[in-house]
Design a protein around this ligand. Structure first.
Ligand code: ADP
Ligand code: MG
Length: 223
């Protein structure tokens, strides 16, 4: 098996992502890196477990949404090799649409944002219907390819997700949109897409408010 490692796409706190090629195919190799503050044997164990978990989640998600195919996983090297999905991360695409183009485009990019938001929501609804929670649904963990939103980075995801975990996914999306794409309709559009796709969407969306009010209650100063 001929694998060539190319440029670093991203160096995060937990993992380094390389572009590469395998046979004739463009691939991405994600390697979990050592955290110096952990005991060496615990560090090795955690990296293997998290690599295995992420690969399992990506495989499980593939039954429900667009997600890269896994080509190989190496628990000793803590790597996952997967197909490269060509296209911008949704974060960059949305920033490009909203950045300074509002005067140029007749609709200010609203229709495009709305279509992307609806795809995000529909995708999360399908994941949730399959019992999966994404765990980190930021717009950097979605790639826009061929008119579809692809989901990556399910390392914090879970299976057997209950209504709480589904609502938490939507809250995380809301936080990500508020901080990265403030002033856009992206989150509301995602909720529209979610509601029109999910069989129990209403209950999940209502549950967001329950979690919100719990948070407000907790933040009240003690008297
Ligand atoms: N399969 C893939 N195809 C194309 N780009 C990818 C792929 N997987 C990851 N990337 C790129 O690498 C970045 C980091 O990958 P990610 O899995 O989110 O790692 P991290 O855990 O560091 O956030 C992504 O935001 C994306 O730009
Ligand atoms: Mg990520």
């Amino acid at each position: 098996m001929e694998v060539t490692r190319g440029d670093v796409i991203r160096r995060g706190s937990e993992a380094v992502v390389h572009a590469g090629t395998w046979e004739d195919m463009k691939v991405v190799i994600k390697t979990r890196i050592s955290k110096g503050y952990r005991h060496p044997s615990i560090d090795l164990q955690l990296r293997s477990e998290r690599t295995r978990h992420e690969a399992r989640m990506l495989r499980a998600a593939r039954d429900h949404v667009w997600t890269p195919r896994i080509i190989d996983i190496d628990l000793k090297e803590h790597t996952i090799m997967m197909e490269m999905i060509e296209g911008p991360v949704v974060r960059d695409l949305v920033l490009e649409i909203t950045d300074g183009n509002l005067d140029v485009r007749p609709d200010g990019g609203r229709d495009q944002i709305s279509a992307i938001g609806r795809s995000i929501g529909a995708g999360l609804a399908k994941l949730h219907a399959g019992g999966l929670a994404h765990g980190d649904p930021t717009t950097s963990n979605m790639i826009y390819h061929d008119g579809e939103v692809w989901f990556i980075d399910l390392s914090l995801g879970s299976r057997g997700a209950d209504i709480e975990e589904k609502a938490v996914d939507l809250r995380l999306l809301r936080e990500a949109v508020e901080s990265t794409h403030p002033g856009t309709t992206l989150f509301d559009d995602a909720i529209d897409g979610y509601l029109s796709t999910s069989p129990d969407g209403d209950a999940v969306v209502e549950h967001i408010e329950r979690i919100d009010s719990r948070g407000r209650y907790r933040r009240r100063p003690a008297v």
